[in-house]
Design a protein around this ligand. Structure first.
Ligand code: SF4
Ligand code: SF4
Length: 158
């Protein structure tokens, strides 16, 4: 719920980030949070509803929220993964954003069983990282991806 923050996120004067986001960017941001699989988007008109439904056929560029969030003046996401996917592709095909997401779902070293199962289902895992650094310059949020891969390997064991 509240994918648009009650409409505030669509208005640069009301948004807590001080920048305007599009409905597609808001929906994509919500759907890329750990554990989120659906979004309930409010609308005032059929046009607004159609705009939200367009998410289903929108390309990555239209949904991409990274550029907006990397310049927010009031909040800093630097050093924190927002699961935007800009670091892809990994030279070893590791799904970097998914690995971050599952790692962030483990609090104080506790790995919930469902998260462990989802991690196991990934086609490639953190232990396959060869520290080539190809991904690092692509991250708009300066996340230390290699350190995060090591953290994930320690948590999940591979
Ligand atoms: S540093 Fe690791 S995660 Fe990044 S591209 Fe290379 S192998 Fe993939
Ligand atoms: S590591 Fe950086 S580029 Fe990759 S998903 Fe996270 S925030 Fe985005």
């Amino acid at each position: 719920m509240k994918a648009f923050g009650g409409g505030d996120l669509l208005d640069e004067n009301l948004s807590p980030f001080g920048v305007k986001m599009t409905p597609l960017q808001c929906i994509h941001y919500c759907l890329t949070r750990p554990g989120v699989v659906s979004v309930m988007a409010g609308s005032h008109s059929i046009e607004e509803m159609k705009e939200a439904i367009d998410y289903c056929k929108a390309d990555f560029q239209a949904k991409d929220f990274a550029e907006v969030l990397s310049h927010v003046p009031k909040h800093s996401f630097i050093g924190h993964c927002v699961y935007c996917g800009h670091c892809a592709p990994c030279s070893k095909q590791i799904p970097i954003a998914d690995i971050h997401k599952f790692t962030d779902l483990c609090h104080q070293g506790e790995v919930p069983e469902t998260v462990r199962e989802h991690y196991a289902m990934l086609s490639h895992h953190a232990s396959e990282c060869i520290e080539c650094q190809l991904c690092m310059p692509r991250c708009p949020f300066e996340v230390n991806i290699i350190e995060k891969m090591k953290m994930a390997q320690k948590l999940f064991g591979y």
